[in-house]
Ligand binder design. Structure first.
Ligand SMILES: [Zn+2]
Length: 68
C-alpha cells in the first residue's frame, strides 16, 4: 500500500459482452452495453406487463355470468 499510488477509479479490461477494450470502475459489461441491456430489459418488462395485462382483461369470465 502506498499513498503515492492510489487505486485508479477505473480499470481497463475487455468488456465481456462486446469484447471492446474499455475503462470502467467495475469489471462487467461496459457503459454502452449496460445501456443496451437496460433498454432491452425495460422493453421486455414492458412486453411482459402488457402480456400479463391483456389476458386478465380477456379472462373476464362468461362462465361466472352463466352460472347465475
Ligand atoms: Zn461492451
Amino acid at each position: 500500500m502506498s499513498l503515492t499510488d492510489p487505486v485508479p477509479a477505473t480499470r481497463a479490461f475487455a468488456c465481456p459482452r462486446c469484447e471492446q477494450q474499455v475503462e470502467e470502475a467495475w469489471y462487467g459489461p461496459c457503459t454502452s452495453c449496460r445501456q443496451e441491456l437496460r433498454s432491452h430489459l425495460r422493453g421486455e418488462a414492458h412486453e411482459l406487463a402488457a402480456a400479463d395485462y391483456v389476458p386478465k382483461m380477456n379472462v373476464t369470465p362468461n362462465a361466472v355470468a352463466t352460472k347465475d
